[in-house]
Ligand binder design. Structure first.
Ligand code: SAM
Length: 239
């Protein structure tokens, strides 16, 4: 985060408190994605890099009775994830580490990286290269990140940079040594719910600064990146 982002940290933290997933992910897609990811063995481990509150990792471990690790460098996220693991009775088999994910070097059978490809840089290629090294040969990677659904105007491109479209992201995954088993993009409804729920957390702070920040985010979304910035879901296996 930049120094300017540090000033906004309380708003980002407040936004995250009301969210189940810190990405445009609805319950139906979450269930379908988890059903598609089958652990190769009962002893399989799951690794979630940039796990946030760890909900997807915890659900996957609960569904298959397997163990895992979540890594997030923001202490508040890792703490929230530990509390959620305890609530679900999973604290003994899902560990949350407050750490920089770029330092993690233990591969896993199932790797999750959702909305956190930026950990390795501004483009998805270095993220996919790093995640390839961390995914066991017969394993699975769930990689989800921003894309352009439609051509951005100059303002949106300035804010979000050179994102690929869904086909381009799938090609980058192939180039990084993966087979693409599943490729989809979040729906407009998932995006609208995510943006509204995100702002609702900021609104709950009920300060003039928070309201101004929430208003700015709403305007940037509705007048700018709504329908333009998308979010891709790829299920990948090493080729
Ligand atoms: C958009 S959130 C996504 C969280 C979660 N995967 C989800 O979908 O709910 C991105 C997460 O990446 C984490 N993050 C950013 N840089 C990181 C790094 N270098 N190491 C570990 N986590 C990082 C942030 O703290 C944040 O929780």
């Amino acid at each position: 985060m930049t120094a300017a982002d540090d000033d906004l940290r309380p708003y980002f933290d407040a936004a995250a408190t009301g969210l189940t997933f810190n990405s445009p992910l609805g319950e139906a897609r979450a269930t379908a994605l988890l059903d598609r990811i089958q652990p190769p063995a009962a002893s399989s481990r799951v690794l979630d890099l940039g796990c946030g509150s760890g909900e997807l990792l915890l659900r996957l471990c609960a569904q298959h009775g397997i163990a895992g690790d979540g890594v997030d460098n923001h202490a508040a996220d890792a703490d929230a994830a530990r509390r959620r693991a305890a609530e679900l009775g999973l604290a003994d088999r899902v560990a949350f580490h407050t750490a920089d994910a770029t330092t993690w070097d233990r591969p896993a059978d199932i790797v999750l990286n959702v909305g956190a490809g930026h950990i390795w840089g501004d483009s998805p290629a270095p993220a996919l290269a790093a995640l390839h090294r961390l995914t066991n040969p017969s394993g699975t990677l769930l990689f989800a990140d921003s894309i352009y659904d439609t051509e951005p105007d100059a303002t949106v491109r300035e804010a979000f940079g050179d994102l690929p479209d869904l086909a381009g992201l799938a090609r980058t995954a192939t180039d990084a040594g993966f087979r693409v088993l599943h490729a989809a993009a979040s729906t407009q409804g998932e995006w609208d719910d995510f943006e509204s729920d995100w702002r609702a957390g900021v609104e709950r702070l009920a300060t003039p600064g928070a309201r101004a920040f929430a208003d700015r985010r709403r305007e940037e979304y509705l007048d700018g990146y709504r329908g333009v910035v998308g979010f891709a879901w790829l299920i990948l296996t090493p080729a």
